[in-house]
Write a protein that binds this ligand. Sequence first.
Ligand code: ATP
Ligand code: MG
Length: 381
Amino acid sequence: MNARHQDIAVMKKLASLREPLSPDGVPASILVVDDSPAKLKAVMAIISRMGLAVTAASSGREALRLLLKQDFAVILLDVKMPEMDGFETATLIHGRPRSAYTPIIFITAEASSDSERFLGYTMGAVDYIFSPIVPEVLCAKVRVFVDLFYLQRKLILQSDELRESKQMLQQLASHQELIKEEERKRIAREIHDELGQNLLALRIDASMLHARTGLMHPKLNEKAQYALNQIDATIKSVRGIINNLRPPVLDLGLQAAIEWQIQEFRRRSGIECRIMVDDEGYDRDIDDTRATALFRILQESLTNVLRHAQASMVEVELSRDGPLLRMRIADNGIGMQHNIRQRTKSFGLHGIGERVRMLNGELAITSRPGHGTTLTISISV
Ligand SMILES: Nc1ncnc2c1ncn2[C@@H]1O[C@H](COP(=O)(O)OP(=O)(O)OP(=O)(O)O)[C@@H](O)[C@H]1O
Ligand SMILES: [Mg+2]
């Protein structure tokens, strides 16, 4: 058996393996270009049997016209054609951006002279097949390119799916964030109205008991004092819980809420914190969703300063330019380590980014080791 026959035997085996499987059920399109109607018909019959869609062109020009309208997985191109031969056609096909990488299989009768020229093709995938055509060889060669084409299509479909599911996840996250804030608000109100009011009533009774027992019932008086202290401690912790859930000061507007938070931060951390406002009415027309988001972003940023920055000072600057509200939080700490933001187990900065994205705003983080960190958030009101 000579080399060519061995080749054919391998190809026959390959061809009998399976048909290429389209990932979306749409068969790949193959373009067959040949000036001989009989050869065209024979090649088309072989390709159709592979479950592929075939389009015929009887000249290079017709092929170029078809390629303007449609993309093909593979082009089978006869080398010897009048007017424009296969090589000329291939050069023009690969010269166009749309078909620059479409694989071409040349069909040639003159193996020795033509095979030299195939080597000159560096752009796009190129292969060749000798006529008279052995169907199994043709199938095996086409299959290689169709498999690649399907693989590429599968990747595109998968990346579309990934993009869609990422979008869904983002929408879900913002929806959950809204629900969470609503829920916090409701629980905070309920605690305030139910528990808070009852505690207050209890305190009035206990305080009356304390006042009336006085010298006459010192033991009872002592108990009443103890109950009063207990009630006061409970009122304090209830207030703390309400503030953690959703500070009622948010109902007084963003400015009040920010000032309250900065005061709390100073008290808790001992770090100097300045607030700079260029326009007292910077929070005009701001809705509750935006105000809450900015409040939470400031909360997370100040927590980060306290936990990571080793800063001695933080500046919180608020400014308004038409519908654009800007909040800048700058510390004079140690700055972020390089690439630290990619850390998978840290969610604070990701959460800030998500909140800003939900409001179609912009977030810029600048930081250099030793030179502090600045977060700038811009949202339109
Ligand atoms: N102001 C800052 N100064 C210095 N480093 C910071 C500052 N803010 C954030 N970082 C660095 O960026 C990292 C990521 O911050 P991020 O808020 O996302 O996560 P975290 O604070 O570590 O954890 P959590 O998910 O509880 O917020 C931090 O671990 C810290 O190393
Ligand atoms: Mg954090």
